[in-house]
Ligand binder design. Sequence first.
Ligand code: PLP
Length: 386
Amino acid sequence: MNFDEIFFQLGEGESFNDLPGSPPLFQTSNFTFKTMADMAASLKQEDKIPFYTRGANPTTRILQQKLAALEGTDEALVFASGSAAITAAVVSQVKSGDHVVCVDNPYGWTKKLISEILNRFGVESSFVKASDSQGIISAVRSNTKIIFMESPNSWTYEMQDIEMITEFAKSKSITTILDNSCASPIYQQPARHGVDIIVHSASKYLSGHADMVAGVVCTSKAIYQQIFKNEYMTFGGILSPFESWLMIRSLRTLEMRMERVSRNAHMVAEFLENHPKIDQLLYTHARGFNQPTLRDKYLRGAGGLMTIDLAADNFEATEKFCNSLKRFKLGCSWGGFESLAFPAATTVSSLNYDKPNTMINRIRLYVGLENGQLLIDDLSDALSSI
Ligand SMILES: *Cc1c(COP(=O)(O)O)cnc(C)c1O
């Protein structure tokens, strides 16, 4: 199915008598029935036939169909945040005594879930450098149940050889999970490379307007049913119908937003790559990116994330640079319309980086939908100030 069918048609109009231009928002907790037989039938298929909105809601159902098609999986579930989606996916695959292998610097709260929270329930974990696919495979033990990937990963954009890992995992009946927030399904579809569960922070590109927090799980029919009946219904971290409706609207422009973000990011990266005041630029599509083979194999394009290390290795220079930015706002998230700068030094105490003092000059940039030249001018002015 092509993107146009997914974004503009799929799931819409099927269950409604007349076709509204924009799908209806079913802002309701409850669905009522004329007969007991109808009620019992709904309850037997609570994920598809609306009974209570924690299970199924027609607006959310449209969104889930689109997201599954977008990732090329059988089914999708949406959650109140990316973290809720990741938690449901991970917890669904382990029990006490099991072991999880994870890339060593995933999203901060994913690390907390796998290293600390699962540990409280007797699940062990190993963390392996995100660019070391062979090392990830070598870390597998007889009780390993999940290999958790983030490719490209947070902050450093290290990539895993997805096919090498999923082939190995299948031979050992290990579930593979991949956080695909960074590439978005426009630029990478991990299910095509054998990944069992794809998770997203939809707060980023999928919603795309910096106005909501949401998460997605895309997977096979079997895993979907297992998660639906257990973690989805009991943790109950569902997306509200209104936010599902907003995300359907966001998906209409996902492809064009990614194109604009990508074009802007290329321009900005070109400007930064050889700037004398930049020590290092981390960006999958920089000339100096150190995993070009994996990039060309898996990524059809680049999103708007990149990380810079300022050449001046002192806190004052970082502070001056960040405080001088006018168009880039200081903020933590990404994937919306607005360009953002996130200095690593602000996170040192909360995210517990291994070597805090090497992070003083590191700043993550998200290049948004604005005019690319104005963004470059802003960075240029701020760099001149240090
Ligand atoms: C933001 C983010 C998350 C968490 O998503 P929320 O929607 O904020 O809960 C997970 N993974 C990655 C890679 C992220 O960037």
